[in-house]
Design a protein around this ligand. Structure first.
Ligand code: ADP
Ligand code: MG
Length: 701
């Protein structure tokens, strides 16, 4: 079928008038034949199966049963009347119930004659009942065309109200297949079809809409999922290859004086093997003549900062400037202070720029950046402002990158005529397979080793009723000279209540840990930056023993002497946040603890989260559980990527297909980057369509 034909507006399809066309467009985004063709069912109902009443389980969803109505009655209720039929087969009895259209049903239903009923079964008042069943006389059912697997299409309330039911969509699909004769252009190459034993495009589309049985359906789904994931991977990988060819990067070929000096004389500890490996990987990028675009993943405390610092020294050694952007002021401050200390006496000029930098200071920074006097600029979003111009920015590092949007990151690219090398760092481990889809066009480095001497953090779950014991434990730890975090949730929707919780909690802690024996800091988002810094400073210096805070301290804050993290209302936090928070302790040589405080009321998902935290410290394992619990939708970064718009594949469940798709995409692009070989012509054609239409699914035929 020719591609243009599928671009025909949907109004031309028999059965679609202007009114329906408009609703199809607004509710399902269907404007053309092609859009309709690519509206895939969400699920299928297996109508090859018949149940007896005796076989019904409370967990059954949709069932099909043959039996007779032996009795019909109207039941009056406060809420209104309902019509109830007693339906029986040889194995038992159940009820059919109608709330609407009772008159018509009363007049038309036949008693004691076999019907095939279909619908969703409920367990209600000790009986199975089926509200508003689909019904057909057994004699009619046997005459009719057997639909075996009934597709269920996505629907909305408005569609239903406008009479565009599932049955109507199904009819429209049939009409579409009649008009197109079910012939669609192949989009994958013969060799892929052959190697992976895929069915053809036409067969796949037919069987996704009208599956003959489970096995045909499975083949159709596999083929279409593969196709979807293949072209996404193909796009990511070819972009990356193109970037490497086209975008020339600054060449950092010098491992110069400053880098060496720091390595030999200033490095406060031996680098871990993983840190050394990652620095090597990055150095290879920087000397490759291509622009670096690398993601550095490493669990909290794995030591990403020192890697960032050493890479910045490489930039300076090659006469370039570098910047480091952090998501919060606290973190930017901390990076600035830490790095300044490490670079003491090395003659590196470094400045801090955040929202609270004074105007006069700001002007000086702007000038020194443009003149090249400044080597390193550390800061928050403030770095992205247009006024911030560099003499020659060679490297931009983004810490905790999931906090920034793609748009913000890309601003960094445009700080120069030529984009600087970019290193983004994250402590939110992203399961590898997901990373492939989210960041498939980035290179990835992983620090998978913690600095030596760290003791694994002990994590326990305690109920609020045990608070006194927990307070006793805190007192013991403080006696040993340790410091404590107490963190409260702050969720936007319930902000006012959350602040109240925080302040109540703070007061109760002040009561139980009185002056002058105990000094307490508090930090939350409503405080002025200067006050926050002051409180933070006191805690960092060890002047206060307890830090009461909202999640503002979640990212990056480093106080090695803090050994206990208490998370209040832990059931309200997501897994990755809990893991991040826990990462604030366990940074020194002492045994550290994380105490998850909750009420007794816990959802099963919350229980799983808490159990996971207690069981493991491994960020990647936690990320996998998180992904399974929540799906990719809620994970950082996914919103910005296309993976949520997948039409048929599921990034979690179809992981194996994703890996296969990626493997073949890489193989084909390596062997034939220009897709010039005959065998790749089909892929080339399809890909050109995708690029033109900016949509993976707008190409078919
Ligand atoms: P993150 O990866 O979470 O950003 P940091 O860079 O803040 O971790 O490092 C955490 C702590 O570990 C810091 O106190 C840092 O000085 C220390 N550290 C980093 N690398 C090493 C190492 N190789 N040996 C010992 N301590 C290290
Ligand atoms: Mg960090």
């Amino acid at each position: 079928m020719n591609a243009n034909f599928l671009q025909t507006p949907i109004t031309y399809l028999k059965g679609v008038g202007p009114h329906r066309a408009q609703i199809l467009q607004s509710e399902l985004g269907i404007g053309t034949y092609q859009d309709l063709l690519n509206l895939f069912p969400n699920r299928y109902i297996d109508k090859t199966q018949y149940y007896t009443i005796g076989q019904l389980q409370r967990s059954n969803a949709d069932v099909q049963i043959v039996g007779k109505i032996i009795h019909l009655k109207t039941v009056e209720q406060k809420k209104g009347k309902r019509l109830v039929a007693t339906f029986v087969d040889d194995t038992g009895e159940m009820e059919l119930v109608w709330f609407r259209g009772q008159k018509w049903i009363r007049e038309n239903l036949k008693l004691n004659i076999p019907y095939v009923i279909f619908g969703r079964c409920n367990w209600y008042n000790g009986k199975f009942s089926m509200p508003h069943p689909e019904m057909e006389l057994l004699t009619e059912h046997e005459k009719g065309l057997k639909v075996t697997m009934q597709p269920i299409y996505p629907s909305t309330e408005k569609l239903g109200n406008s009479g565009i039911t599932n049955r109507v969509i199904n009819k429209l699909q049939q009409q579409l297949f009649i008009e197109t004769k079910g012939q669609f252009r192949e989009t994958l190459s013969d060799s892929l079809l052959h190697d992976l034993k895929l069915i053809s495009k036409s067969e796949a589309l037919f069987n996704i809409h009208f599956p003959k049985n489970q096995s045909f359906l499975a083949k159709a789904q596999f083929r279409l999922k593969f196709e979807e994931l293949f072209f996404i991977q193909f796009q990511l990988i070819s972009k990356k290859m193109l970037r490497k060819q086209k975008i020339k990067g600054f060449n950092f070929d010098q491992v110069g004086e400053r880098f060496n000096d720091f390595y030999k004389n200033h490095l406060p500890f031996e680098l871990t093997g993983a840190q050394k490996r990652v620095i090597k990987e990055i150095r290879a990028d920087l000397g490759s003549n291509a622009q670096m675009n690398r993601l550095l993943q490493g669990d909290v405390g794995s030591g990403k900062t020192i890697v960032a610092l050493m890479i910045m020294l490489l930039a300076i050694d090659n006469d370039f400037q570098a910047c480091l952007m952090a998501p919060t002021e606290i973190l930017a401050n901390q990076h600035f202070n830490g790095i300044k200390e490490l670079l003491e006496d090395m003659g590196v000029r470094i400045a801090l720029l955040t929202g609270s930098t004074k105007k006069s200071e700001r002007n000086i920074i702007h000038q020194q950046l443009e003149s090249g006097e400044l080597h390193i600029l550390i800061g928050t979003h403030a770095l992205l402002e247009d006024k911030v111009k560099y003499k020659n920015l060679g490297l931009a590092i983004v810490d905790e990158q999931h906090r920034f949007g793609v748009a913000q990151r890309s601003k960094l690219w445009h700080k120069n005529e030529f984009p600087p090398h970019i290193l983004v760092m994250t402590a939110t481990p992203i399961p590898r397979t997901l990373a492939m889809s989210l960041y498939g066009d980035l290179d990835i480095s992983v620090i998978d080793e913690l600095p030596p001497g760290r003791k694994a953090i002990k994590t326990v779950h305690r109920y609020d009723s045990n608070r006194l014991k927990v307070f006793g434990f805190i007192k013991d730890e403080i006696k040993k000279g340790r410091q404590i975090y107490v963190v409260y949730p702050l969720i936007q929707e319930s902000e006012a209540l959350d602040y109240k919780d925080l302040m109540d909690g703070y007061e109760s802690i002040v009561r139980d840990f009185p002056l002058p024996d105990y000094q307490i800091s508090i930090v939350h988002g409503k405080m002025k930056p200067a006050d926050k810094d002051y409180e933070m400073e006191r805690f960092v210096k060890g002047e206060t023993q307890i830090m009461v805070a909202t999640t503002v301290i979640e990212v990056g804050v480093n106080v090695p002497n803090a050994s206990v993290m208490i998370i209040e209302s832990a059931e309200r936090f997501g897994l990755s946040q809990l893991h991040q928070l826990r990462g604030r302790v366990g940074r020194g040589a002492d045994q550290s603890y994380c105490i998850l405080m909750t009420s007794h009321k816990l959802s099963s998902e919350a229980k799983t989260r808490l159990e996971t935290m207690v069981r493991t410290n491994d960020g990647f394992e936690i990320a996998e559980v998180d992904l399974k619990l929540r799906g990719p939708g809620d994970l950082m970064g996914t919103q910005q990527s296309g993976i949520l718009n997948l039409k048929i594949a599921d990034i979690v469940k179809d992981n194996d297909i994703l890996k296969t798709a990626r493997h073949y995409a890489i193989k084909i692009l390596k062997e034939d980057p220009g897709l010039e070989k005959n065998e790749n012509l089909t892929i080339r054609h399809t890909y050109a369509q995708i690029v033109k239409q900016k949509n993976i699914w707008n190409y078919i035929s």
